[in-house]
Design a protein around this ligand. Sequence first.
Ligand code: BTN
Length: 248
Amino acid sequence: MEEIGKWQWLDFDELSSTNDKAIELSAEAPAARFVVTAQHQTNGRGRRGRSWLSEEGNLFMSLAMPFAISDLNQLVFLISLSLYEAVKKIAPHIDLYLKWPNDLLADNRKISGILLEKGENGYIIAGIGVNIVSAPDLGQMNPYQSVSLKSLGTSTDRISVLRQFLQELDKNEQLRKSHGFSAIKELWLQRVKGLGTEIVVNGEKNTIKGIFEGLDEQGHLLLRQGKSINKIFAGDVIYSQQDEKKNK
Ligand code: BTN
């Protein structure tokens, strides 16, 4: 195990899924916080039952750490903000922004994904994929296309992104400790696209439209519909008809 900041790092050539391995290891609690990476995944998974094609050269990592279940929603914002900052430092020229709840879009396409799961012994597992050299097909069900750092003109590698990301995450976690989640939320809202504009939210069962007013103190999306402001707990945000399936 190698140490990166506050993290113990374990790297594997191939795994079915780094989340599976991190969950398995959490039963032994090898370190207070550890990160599992693999050069290749044979059965990577995404949100809402989707699969995550895992071609070599991209970053596949799973963080395992204790995190209060009551604050779990905050972790998504902590991680997506840190990913934004890591990618922005490595590729400052890219048109990068966040999309609720946890997407990072570059040039209007998806460059990373986050999947939170429960480990053993109170560990939370945060699986993160970042497209470094290739942009896997996300399938017809996904409203956004994918993109890689390489195709946007940035040549880097998975380990550099891993290191930069963990540095940003440790920094933002300090900020959350000292100033609370509201400080994270504020930075996140500065980097999200479409605040104050009309958005569409694709939920499990229905699709709704409204004005993106912000986030509540737990990170739920606040959507204005007529005179009422509704809280949205889960879904995928689509910005406008023109963004959908762009570049297809
Ligand atoms: C999404 O659907 O946007 C989330 C994708 C999460 C993919 C990552 S890759 C590393 C980790 N291992 C997995 O099997 N999934 C996550």
